[in-house]
Structure formats: structure tokens, C-alpha cells
Design a protein around this ligand. Structure first.
Ligand code: 13P
Length: 253
């Protein structure tokens, strides 16, 4: 049995000004020696300040997207090397909001993930079905296609994290049943094995994301193949994310 250290990851999305960095102080003070990893992905404007603020704490900092190129004429974009230079060590890629708002495709996510890994970042690749796809019975087909298309060759447990985020559960307060989460996470583990081999697939951490709160975290973290959470709204407040971290630490035993 592979020992996958659990990961509590916060995605601040397009939220947070300098004043909100106080949440990082509170989070760092409350979780000095956690038995899981803690990651916050703020907007790009806060990365460097958050890295400085979190220095010496258990909190690492990540980006929410990167461009596949190292540098060049791409106005408004940020490269993986730039994120690393700012002190980030992870980057979220292919989040459903980017797939929807920016037309990101599996192939596009894959080249971004390759660039991220080449720059020394851990790529957190997001997959998940829409409500229509679930109701049509297409969940596993959609997620399987996303895993096959978005995960780069040679990804390892050290370079890749996979997040299952059903689109209909994001920001809605709706959560799949625990059986539904288990079904998809077990399926992702085997789809990953086909993509990167059994050994590395067994080392990749699989996060669940979509309306995770302190009140439902224990139940979610007890599900097979759930190695942590990618948290949106509840990651903006140290107390809420702290409740989720505490649940993850209980699950870690
Ligand atoms: P919520 O936790 O706000 O539902 O967002 C989940 C998410 O999209 C994390 O990336």
C-alpha cells in the first residue's frame, strides 16, 4: 500500500486583495505541524506576497493556471517558470471554470501540465462532468477521456495531483453521494494506471473538489481513493479551511 500524504488545497479563484493575506497568518498559526500538506492557490497578484507571508510555515503556494510556453508574446499570460520564480510550487490546470471561460481542451491542459512539470511545479489537473453528462450516464466516459487527454506522459506521484471536481457540485452546495465519489475516484485510479503505469498511478494523490465544507469533510475523506480536497469558497477563511484540514488529519490517522 502506497503512503500518499494527504493534501488540503485551497483555490481562491478570482478572490483576494492584500488585506486577505491575514487569513494566511491565522492558518499558519493554527496548523504549525500538520500531518497533511496544505496549499493555497491565490490569484497571481498575491502569489509572491503570500509566499513571503507563509515563509517558515507549513503552507505552500500555487498558481491557478500557466501558459505552455516559457516566455514570449502572450499578453496577459503567465508561464510556469514565472510561477516558480514567484515562489509557487504547484499550479492548478484545466479547472472547469477555465475549460468553460477560456475554452481549454484536454490537449491544451496536457501541454500546460508538461510545461509546469518541466518548470519543477506539481501540476494539479482537474477533471469532472457537467450535470447533463451525469444525467446522461456519461460521467465515467467523460472523466476517462479527460484523464487520458490531460495527463502528460511520464507524470509521477511527485509531479502530478488529480482533482475530481463535478462541475455541478462547484459552488452549489451540492455534493455527490459518497458512492458516486468512490466510483469516480476508483475509476480515475485505474484510468491513470493505463496512462502512467500502475506504480505511479498508485502514488498520485486524488483530490475531491466541489462544495467541500468542514461539515461534510469527514464523510468525504473516508471515501476510498480520496487523498484530500480542492476547496474553493471554504478556503477563503482560515477557520473554514482549518476545519477541513482537521478532518483530513483525522482521516490520516
Ligand atoms: P467550491 O469549494 O467553492 O465548491 O469550489 C470548488 C472548486 O472549484 C475548487 O477548485
Amino acid at each position: 500500500m502506497v503512503d500518499r500524504r494527504k493534501l488540503a488545497a485551497g483555490n481562491w479563484k478570482m478572490n483576494g486583495l492584500g488585506a486577505e493575506l491575514a487569513e494566511i497568518d491565522a492558518l499558519a498559526a493554527a496548523h504549525k505541524d500538520p500531518s497533511c500538506d496544505i496549499l493555497i492557490c491565490p490569484p497571481a497578484t498575491l502569489i509572491e506576497r503570500m509566499v513571503r507571508r507563509a515563509d517558515g510555515s507549513a503552507i505552500s503556494v500555487g498558481g491557478q493556471d500557466c501558459h505552455p510556453a516559457t516566455s514570449g508574446a502572450h499578453t496577459g499570460d503567465i508561464s510556469a517558470a514565472m510561477l516558480a520564480d514567484a515562489g509557487a510550487d504547484h499550479v492548478i490546470l484545466g479547472h472547469s471554470e477555465r475549460r468553460t471561460d477560456h475554452g481549454e481542451t484536454d490537449a491544451g491542459v496536457r501541454v500546460k501540465a508538461e510545461a509546469a512539470i518541466a518548470a519543477g511545479l506539481v501540476a494539479i489537473v482537474c477533471v469532472g462532468e457537467t450535470l447533463g453528462e451525469r444525467e446522461a450516464g456519461e460521467t465515467l466516459a467523460v472523466v476517462g477521456r479527460q484523464v487520458a487527454g490531460s495527463v502528460p506522459d511520464g507524470a509521477t506521484g511527485a509531479s502530478l495531483v488529480l482533482a475530481y471536481e463535478p462541475v455541478w457540485a462547484i459552488g452549489t452546495g451540492k455534493v455527490p453521494t459518497m458512492d458516486q465519489i468512490a466510483e469516480v475516484h476508483d475509476f480515475i485510479r485505474s484510468a491513470l494506471a493505463e496512462r502512467v503505469g500502475e506504480a505511479e498511478a498508485g502514488a498520485v494523490r486524488l483530490l475531491y473538489g466541489g462544495s467541500v465544507k468542514p461539515g461534510n469533510a469527514d464523510e468525504i475523506f473516508a471515501v476510498s481513493n480520496v487523498d484530500g480536497a480542492l476547496v474553493g469558497g471554504a478556503s477563503l477563511k482560515a477557520a473554514d479551511l482549518g476545519g477541513i484540514i482537521a478532518a483530513l488529519e483525522r482521516a490520516a490517522g
